[in-house]
Design a protein around this ligand. Structure first.
Ligand code: C5P
Length: 234
């Protein structure tokens, strides 16, 4: 189901800016991540426009609600013909199973469905003091990943530095989608647990999600090609 690729996080606030950005790519059409900011400002229409321009789409809306609501929402999203979408594993296995059911089309096809385990902005102290979770961050990520697999989903979002451990525990086929990628010679921005495209390939990420190192680059197409070369070796 998974083919390794570089996904560009199109964290823009409007449709025109996004289409102008993507219009620069004349050769290989990048896999595009649409997050909440863009989706909530531009609506389902932006998904259709990017799809019509020939891109694959990861719709990153991180659903988390009661199973019935998530199932019905996933049914709507399956009609948008995206290639990948996601939810929070914290919604429990019942919610994830319902999501899978809603996302699966009558002909049995569906987008790749992955789960967010713990957000990289959550640390162990906050987990303990605010969420009353007393396990370590690593144990929590692995337990949520296990739940994700048992619910029949395809994989998780995690730090590239965790991808090797996740593959080791849950199998090579369990998909890892990893943000937090930076060139060795570029700024880390607000990302903490980062690595390079080359190293992400070695560790075993299936998809790297790269935003600012490409969107804010002087030459975004060249920055994208550099990522593809580093990650896919092409
Ligand atoms: O600009 P940058 O490369 O840091 O963008 C990374 C993208 O991945 C952003 O859209 C961010 O919201 C997303 N993301 C992340 N860490 C997570 C989950 C998603 O950075 N744990």
């Amino acid at each position: 189901m998974s083919e390794r690729d570089v996904i560009i996080a199109c964290d823009f606030s409007g449709a025109d800016e996004t289409m102008a950005f993507l219009g620069q790519f004349k050769g290989r059409k990048p896999f595009v991540k649409i997050g909440m900011e863009l989706y909530y400002s531009a609506g389902p229409d932006i998904v259709k426009r990017i799809k019509a321009a020939g891109h694959k789409i990861f719709l990153d809306l991180k659903l988390h609600d009661i199973p019935n609501t998530v199932k019905k929402t996933m049914k709507v999203l399956s009609g948008l013909d995206v290639d990948m979408t996601n939810l929070h594993a914290a919604g429990t296995k019942a919610m994830m199973e319902a999501a899978l059911e809603g996302l699966t089309r009558p002909d049995g096809t569906r987008p790749i469905l992955i789960a967010v385990t713990q957000l990289t902005s959550t640390d162990e102290e906050r987990m303990r003091n605010e969420l009353l979770i007393n396990a370590t961050l690593e144990e929590t990520v692995l337990k949520y990943a296990q739940n994700t697999k048992e619910a029949g989903l395809d994989g998780i979002v995690c730090s590239p530095l965790e991808a090797g451990m996740v593959k080791e525990k849950l199998g090579k086929e369990f998909v890892t989608v990893t943000p937090g990628v930076r060139f060795a010679d570029s700024a880390g921005d607000d990302q903490r647990r980062i690595t390079t495209p080359e190293r992400a390939r070695e560790i075993g990420s299936d998809y790297i999600v790269v935003g600012r190192p490409i969107t804010q680059a002087e030459d975004p197409v060249a920055a994208y090609e550099r990522c593809v070369k580093g990650f896919l070796g092409e």
